[in-house]
Design a binder for this molecule. Structure first.
Ligand code: AP5
Ligand code: MG
Length: 214
């Protein structure tokens, strides 16, 4: 099962992708998490990506496409995977479609988690992310058992650098300009499914499972 998560920043893509990956036993591939891990390790890729991410802008396509195409060719992806935060532009989607076609393959589902802009800023300010495994929490909607400590891996939780309200606003603008057109792109391919992301987390999850289990 090859799945793409679409949706605005803060729509809950990462939250749902982790739950789906656990349920179906497939890897969760988040380009945002990959960039953040590289920033933490101080790699060349991390240094380049940080310049864009801190501004709320997109990292250039040429730095993302090859990275993802290489990742999905690894052995653990043979039964499928869930892509979170990629593709994010039409050229990225075209690059993915072509790479998959070369392997005689395609995306099965592009799931759009729909949340209006008004809800987004509120969610982001309360978000906490794990420095270890990338799990996301919310101080009100999805708190950890012990404050500041990840339930999954026991590492420390942080506020993301790009979750400041003015950067979130910029990310939303970029989303509407560059990423939203992917909804029509995958609709035309017959892969689009939509879920109301304003519901409770478990209800969003149940909605997605229903789509995936047909
Ligand atoms: P990325 O890390 O992908 O960030 P994003 O798309 O902006 O999305 P977020 O991770 O902020 O939100 P999410 O939808 O995962 O929501 P979450 O589950 O955390 O990318 C960061 C940056 O990296 C980009 O800006 C760009 O610079 C760069 N980048 C990454 N990929 C790229 C690419 N392909 N090309 C170019 N650049 C790229 O949930 C949000 C909060 O809400 C959490 O606190 C959560 O607990 C809470 N929540 C979730 N669901 C619910 C619910 N149903 N009800 C209440 N609260 C909820
Ligand atoms: Mg995320």
């Amino acid at each position: 099962m090859k799945i793409i998560m679409l949706g605005a920043p803060g729509a809950g893509k990462g939250t749902q992708a982790k739950m789906i990956a656990d349920k179906f036993g497939i890897p969760h591939i988040s380009t945002g998490d990959i960039f953040r891990a590289n920033i933490k390790e101080g790699t060349e890729l991390g240094k380049k990506a940080k310049e864009y991410m801190d501004q709320g802008a997109l990292v250039p396509d040429e730095l993302t496409c090859d990275l993802v195409v290489d990742r999905i060719k690894q052995d653990d992806c043979s039964k499928g995977y869930i892509l979170d935060g990629f593709p994010r532009t039409i050229p990225q989607a075209e690059c993915l479609t072509k790479a998959l076609a070369d392997m005689d393959d395609k995306i099965d589902y592009a799931i759009n988690v729909d949340v209006p802009d008004e809800n987004i800023v509120r969610r982001m300010s309360g978000r906490r992310a794990c420095v270890g495994c990338g799990a996301t929490y919310h101080i009100v909607y999805n708190p950890t058992k012990t404050e500041g400590i990840c339930d999954r891996c026991g590492k420390e939780l942080i506020l993301r650098d790009d979750d400041k309200p003015e950067t979130v606003q910029k990310r939303l603008t970029v989303y509407h300009e560059q990423t939203q057109p992917l909804i029509d792109y995958y609709k035309e391919k017959g892969a689009l499914a939509e879920v109301d992301g304003t519901q409770d987390m478990q209800d969003v999850f149940n909605g997605i499972v229903k789509i995936l289990e047909g």
